[in-house]
Design a protein around this ligand. Sequence first.
Ligand code: UN1
Length: 503
Amino acid sequence: MTLAETTRSTMQACGVSADLAVSGGMDVVSPVSGEVVATLAVHDVAATHAAIDQARAAFKAWRMVPAPRRGELVRLFAEELRKSKEDLGRMVSIEAGKSPSEGLGEVQEMIDICDFAVGLSRQLYGLTIATERPGHRMMETWHPLGVVGIITAFNFPCAPWCWNSALALVCGDPVIWKPSEKTPLTALACQAVLDRAIARFGTDAPEGLSQVLVGGPEVGEALVDSENVALISATGSTRMGRIVGPKVAARFGKSILELGGNNAGIVCPSADMDMALRAIAFGAMGTAGQRCTTMRRLFVHDSVYDQIVPALIRAYGSVSIGNPLTSDALVGPLIDKAAFDGMGAALAEAQALGGTVHGGERHDVEGAASYYVRPALVEMPVHDGPVLRETFAPILYVMKYSDFDSVLEDHNAVGGGLSSSIFTTDLREMETFLSARGSDCGIANVNIGTSGAEIGGAFGGEKETGGGRESGSDAWRAYMRRATNTINYSRDLPLAQGVTFDI
Ligand code: UN1
């Protein structure tokens, strides 16, 4: 079977009926082999506006459906996702090049957030607040917000959509999804699985409750610019966020931005070295370095440098690299040539600054049109140059440190503020890392890597990571609007702050 045939049968198994060979359409290339696996019809700006209109109409109906009933739709969706887990996982591997385990893991992340959202549908709590006025009551009510536009990146072709859509749907909001142009098939497959749940759910679900728009940047721009899209939740590069954030703010829309990271780990003298080694290996090489949470910088105390770094270099030299559809290799391909070129440029820059590069060379796995690389570990004498930026590839810059306070300074001296880890068994180091003068990231971990967060916590980061939070904890609040209600059940009209106004 060719990869295009595997793609077709997997899409059919998910329930997709769309034509996957539209002449003159948008080619979808698999990074696994560089082959075109489908050619899709695209949506234009007019189609985007039509989708927004339909979603607005859907909002009027969906907001009146009781939240626990909305949760029932998400419960059914989770059931359908469980049935399609293998197929969706394969689509993630075909389109994003993830290992089978990581492809399935991404679908599991969708199932997990759906389960979370079902419980949440009965817990959209507001506060009651003590009022200063007798015979009054004050409370908060949370109402559905409106249409939610979701823009996602290639590296996680489905889970971030689901973090947003599962919450948005229980919160009473229709969703419009603009997936990465590199991974539209997984999006269509997810929508088909959700459509099965909607069909089981019945007529309470209005037309256009969840829509996918396949297309280029103009589709994203139309969503971003539309006053009728109440919330834009965008995952992608900081460069993209710098465009999206101000545009949405200019029309007083809301946004959740989940942008780049430059995540670091610190290995302290007391660390469990074996555990640290394994955590760093997954954090830095997993998903071929193409997670926003990938570990990109590592600070190692000089007293343990020779214990852990040679072992890491050996792990880099021996990690299995291969086709994620036909092997169990831990490292799959880079997404495309641009990613490969970006990696090469960063390594050359690091070398020019005195870095010693281990690995980083191209591997011929499936011929000239695919880009497999050996992950690179770079011993750096300075915390500078490419170390200070996110290069979306498997490069780990390793630096020595001797002073804990100054390593904390270096740790925070980058634009990204997403994820961070410390490896230590020293209580003082651990608590300092987690304290106000410690890691400035949205995620700060102890004795685990930077990547692979669970859905239960709020996911996102500070500074150039954009400040948004998705997924668990109270991230749901971004998908609702808050009303403060004060009710007077007395026969008087006392004014707050003791003001008098007797007419
Ligand atoms: C991303 O790379 O955009 O924490 C998301 C993690 C995953 C999510 C990554 N749960 O690595």
